[in-house]
Ligand binder design. Structure first.
Ligand code: CDP
Length: 203
């Protein structure tokens, strides 16, 4: 049986943490779709044509250790605006969403384009300040040389680009539940998501 949880939202809203934890609790597979775009972006920075990079993307491209950098994030959001890049990544994501045993995918267009019939759709968001602080702490802890101001600028630029692009723009699906995590600890945010999913999954 398949069961798809679609987690969308702006940069650093907590989708990844919620996705990983939800997958662990329900035994679902988890796909961080942002990693696909980061991997294509990183190959573009290496000099490859982004459309070719998306078409030729391999499993091991997702294991590069430079994908979490701010440079890879910016490159990801640039290649993500190219319709042919997105088209090359659709089949893999759709197959993942409908794999047996359940799947949770986090990204920007999961509930709107990749899996419009997802059993649960959550749009995870938080204020700019909270998202920037969380991402700053995450990057600093991982040893990246960043400032709060640069992180805020990166998030704002990407959110603008992601929302304004014509193909699969960042926006909540009409039937998505909005989960604002600005004032929630990660434990409470995860618990809210788990509750919503459990209502649908146990039926
Ligand atoms: O972790 P964070 O929320 O900062 O970003 P991410 O999920 O790793 O995504 C990096 C970039 O990939 C985003 O800024 C989007 O431009 C793009 N992306 C997308 O367009 N569609 C997706 N389903 C996932 C990511």
């Amino acid at each position: 049986m398949s069961f798809c949880v679609a987690l969308d939202g702006p940069a650093a809203a907590g989708k990844g943490t919620i996705g990983r934890e939800v997958a662990r609790r329900f035994g679902f597979a988890h796909l961080d779709t942002g990693l696909l775009y980061r991997a294509v972006g990183a190959r573009m920075l290496d000099g490859m044509d982004p459309v070719e990079a998306a078409r030729a993307l391999r499993r091991e491209d997702l294991d590069r250790d430079d994908l979490r950098s701010a440079e890879a994030a910016q490159a990801a959001s640039k290649v993500a605006a190219i319709a042919e890049v997105r088209a090359a990544l659709v089949d893999f994501q759709r197959a993942f969403a409908r794999r047996a045993g359940g799947a949770v995918l986090d990204g920007r267009d999961i509930g709107t384009v990749i899996c419009p019939d997802a059993e649960v759709k959550l749009f995870v968001t938080a204020s700019d300040e909270v998202r920037a602080e969380r991402r700053y702490l995450e990057l600093a802890a991982a040893g990246h040389d960043v400032t709060r101001q640069a992180v805020m600028e990166d998030l704002r630029q990407r959110d603008r680009r992601d929302s304004e692009r014509s193909t699969a723009p960042l926006k909540p699906a009409g039937d998505a539940r909005v989960l604002d995590t600005s004032d929630l600890s990660i434990e409470v945010a995860v618990a809210r998501a788990v509750d919503l999913i459990a209502k649908r999954y146990c039926k």
